[in-house]
Structure formats: C-alpha cells, structure tokens
Write a protein that binds this ligand. Sequence first.
Ligand SMILES: Cc1cc2nc3c(=O)[nH]c(=O)nc-3n(C[C@H](O)[C@H](O)[C@H](O)COP(=O)(O)OP(=O)(O)OC[C@H]3O[C@@H](n4cnc5c(N)ncnc54)[C@H](O)[C@@H]3O)c2cc1C
Length: 342
Amino acid sequence: MRRMKIYEHYPLKALNTFGIEAQARYFCSLHTLGGLKSVMLWRREHPDLPVLFLGGGSNLLFVEDFPGIVVQVRLAERKVIAEDPHYVYVRAGAGENWHEFVRWTIEQGYAGLENLSLIPGTVGAAPMQNIGAYGVELKDHFYELDALDWRTAELRKFSLDDCAFAYRDSHFKSVEPGRWLIGAVTFRLPKQPVWKTDYAGVSEHLVGKTLDARTISDAIVAIRQSKLPDPKVIGNAGSFFKNPLVAIEKFTAIKAKFPNCPAWPQEEQIKLSAGWLIDQCGWKGKRVGDAGTYDKHALVLVNHGQASGAEIWQLAQAIIASVQEKFAVTLEAEPNVIRTTF
Ligand SMILES: Cc1cc2nc3c(=O)[nH]c(=O)nc-3n(C[C@H](O)[C@H](O)[C@H](O)COP(=O)(O)OP(=O)(O)OC[C@H]3O[C@@H](n4cnc5c(N)ncnc54)[C@H](O)[C@@H]3O)c2cc1C
C-alpha cells in the first residue's frame, strides 16, 4: 500500500471560502478508500490529535490554526445504483462538488435537487447541516450514507432516521461531531417530480416558462447570483446565523413592539428571520476593519480582504449582543467555528 503524503503546517487560506489565513498542523488529501487505510495507520500513531474533515471549506470559520490533522475529502463517484417504479437511487462520493452533482442528476433526467442548485461545497458535507434552500432540504431526497468511524475504522450505513436531520443540523453536526467521515451519500429521486416553486421570489422568475428541473435550477442559480456574494470575489460562508426559533409568547411580545417582524410558524414555535433582526439593529453593510456584513444581505458576514478569523468572530459576537439587547433573541452561528478556546 502506498503511504499517503501527510503535510505539516499546511496553509488553509485557499481552502476556506472566507479566505481566512490559518494553518493545519497536519494535512492530507483523501482521493481513494485505499488512502483511507493509510491515514488510519497514521492516526494510530497520533491517537490524541483532533481531526477535521474538510470539503469545500464553505461552512467553516477558522478562528485559530487547527492543532490536529485536516483530512480533505476528495472521494469521487457518481452512479445510478438502483431504481424501482417510483424512484431512482443515485450515489455520489463525498468529494464531489455539490452543484456539479446536482446538474449531473438533472442531465441524467432526474429531478428533486434543483432547488439546491449552486450551494457551494461538497456532497459529503451536505448532510452535516442538512443543507437547504428555497423550500427544499437535503433530507427530502436523502436515502442513506456510508460513513467511517474515525476512532475505530468501522464502516457503517446511516439511514434517514439515523441521521436525525433537523433545520441546519444532523447527528454528525451536533451529536457526534468529528467522529464520522462521510464517504458517500445515496439520494432517492422521484420519477414523478413535484416542483417547489412557491418560495418567495422563485415563481416570479418562472412566469411563462414550462417547468422542468433544468429551468428551475437555472432560475435558482440566477436568484442566488443576484443576492449572495461570490466567495471568489469576497470571502464569506453564506448565512452566518441560523434563523432563530422562538416560543409563541416571545413572538407575541416582539410583534407588539415590531409589527413588521417577518415570521413563519414552525410546529409549536415561530421561526424569525435572522437577517431582518440584524438589519433592524443597523448592521447591514457595516464594516469593522476588513470584517463586515454584506451590503445586500445582513445575514452574510464577509471578509473584505485581510480580516482574521478572530475579527470575523468578534463581529459576530457584537451582532449577537445587539440582537439580544433589542429583541431578547439569541442568534446561533451556522458555520462550524474552529477554535480551541470557548
Ligand atoms: C455563498 C454561500 C452560500 C451558501 N448557501 C447555503 C444555502 O443556501 N444552504 C445551506 O444549507 N448552506 C449554504 N451555504 C453553506 C455551505 O455551502 C454548506 O454548508 C455546504 O454543505 C458546506 O460544504 P463544504 O464541502 O464546503 O463543507 P466544509 O465547510 O468543508 O465543512 C463543513 C462541515 O462539514 C464537515 N465535513 C466536511 N466534509 C465532510 C465529510 N466528508 N465527512 C464528515 N464531515 C465532513 C466539516 O468538518 C465541517 O464541520 C452557503 C455557503 C456560501 C459560501
């Protein structure tokens, strides 16, 4: 077996979409399952070092250097593995680019993932926070995934129930972070698609068009490009805060003071717009050094050039404090914040 190259003090700036200067104490790139055996052998010699699995780095904020090993997951695979009268089952390697995979399913004639077009990152990271956009979440078309236990090298399949998907959350994100390396994900795509075009702004883009997966995907791409900053131009990790869920009594109190507060009922709770709350506190387009909020969308924190992860994180703390003071609502960061001190 060929030993895999493990680099030391590896620069991560080009590998995170915030463009934050940070280093990994150790780093390797995993292209094959054979390589995985080699990393597991290396791991036995360094059992106490923390691990960070890395996809496209579009949902991470490095506040500090990473003291352990960063394993960049680049496993490639795209395959239709089965079908029944109602569904096709499509499997993708964790290292596949998410948007390219979505477009590939559409080219094969399959629908279901079109509303999730242009979300940056990889297939392997997508289940981590149950990616979602324009009324669809990954869990809506998920079938199962293959993962490897970083501690024991056990390979395991996770069903939909095992993954405990919730709003921007999963078993892998909040129950056992850092334990499971996701190697491949299988999706179950319907042969009779049901289009979801009622989300704000989507139907306007589709007026007069015949609906199919490609047309909807193109509309989603156009909408996203008009609203969100391109990380190649300005560093960011998309929405920096989750939309908070509050109890009905709390919402009633907020609504009494702020009648325009947007809100969506969510089972027994109410979901608020984090972007609106932040905007009301005057943060939209604000800049502190090179850390700031995007001028078209207050929910997106941006790196105007040389901001450090600590500066972005300080800005996030200031935003959390002002939303807390004005609305008594606690915002929670959506990206994975990499730091050893809390
Ligand atoms: C402009 C922009 C727009 C965005 N829009 C959306 C959106 O609409 N909806 C949405 O949900 N998200 C959105 N995001 C966030 C991000 O794109 C998604 O969370 C994406 O799934 C992250 O993929 P990644 O490969 O970049 O993950 P990374 O940032 O590399 O990693 C994210 C987390 O997943 C873990 N991880 C990565 N790969 C694996 C693996 N193979 N096995 C186990 N753990 C792994 C990492 O350790 C980390 O904890 C946006 C980001 C940007 C920059």
